[in-house]
Design a protein around this ligand. Sequence first.
Ligand code: ARG
Length: 426
Amino acid sequence: MSNIFRAVLFITLLITSTLSKAEISVIIADKMISVENAKIITKPLIIIEDGVISAVGTQSDISIPEDANIIDLSGHTILPGLMDMHVHLTSDASVHGYKRLQRDTSRAAITGVMKAERTLMAGFTTVRNVGAPNYADIALRDAINEGDVKGPRMFVSGPSIGVTGGHCDNNLLPFEYGVKSEGVADGPWAVRTKVRQNIKYGADVIKFCATGGVLSKGTKVGAQQFSFEEMKALIDEAHLRGLTVAAHAHGTDGIKTAIKAGVDSIEHGSFLDKEAIKLAKKHGTYLSMDIYVTEYILGEGEKAGILEESLAKERTVGKRQRESFSNALKAGVNMVFGSDAGVYPHGDNAKQLSRMVQFGMSPMQAIQSATLEPAKLLKKSDTLGSIQTGKAADIIAVKGDPIEDISLLETVGFVMKEGVVYLNKS
Ligand code: ARG
């Protein structure tokens, strides 16, 4: 009996000692993109302990620790996990317009589970989810954090806040149906209450609509929604509580008003004029411009249920937005990668990178806009956005060199998030 007891004790101790020993992984590859100093490192070596990067260098200057699990990514270039600052994981790109009315929040959450995994496998280890029905995004973020579901690290907004009948409302049905989106609020105190409510239920960031939009029924894409007073109240309330604010804004006046009211990022930013660009520069406001999605909307939108009036709006917005992108870039405005995936298929996020290069970015800048810059916008540069000691081990790899061909990032071969390998085709 006592022998059995001793044997059990021995095995228990053995198991606990192996479990408590730090799990050490080592990644070696051909090249590494050092986004923080815009350099390429050849023959890199990275040591990862308990999900955190503990050393970064080259294969000639760091020796591999004993017992380390070696991940050999020869033939590959490694870079930080990509970060998309504008997604809607709970939305299905093949279901738009009236078709979407048949999808309730529970279904949206199930969509989110599928799309979160797809997004992670496409190399996006962090996303900012800006707008979801009835807090489905909060449930999804928590399920990912607790390990129930595979997906990127999520920063979420809960329901987007907007005026009655605006882009963040749902205007598809007539009055007698009484449909109103969760985030609808009019007046400075009403918007403050919505901010407080979103924080109460777990939001990390606040999203509001400062102008009309393309995909909403009956809104003028260029017209401002919310007065300066309302925007100021909303943004002040969020900042008071330590949250950043993202504003959906296509139209020039709405963009300028949101920037003056202190918003952290402008989403879409389609109709930028010289003054808007100057204001963004002066305030350090980020632009998150979804310049790929126009191709999907105009190509596949009708089939997916997008209304004709939205397609008509897109025909002018898409082109102007790309010009605005080039102008803002030349002026040196802060820019982050934001795709609006959910309007177009999740997992195709990276298609936007080649368009960013087409419209003026260097491949390095495009990669920085999807790594280093989002970390700054999220105020998470201490742990995210680059491959540096002390940061979360969010690392991806592609075959070949994405600086020579940015479209290689559309097919990643390796994905690690916080030290856990989710994909390895090497
Ligand atoms: N969610 C956005 C809206 O409805 C999509 C805009 C897409 N078009 C574009 N060119 N970025 O307004």
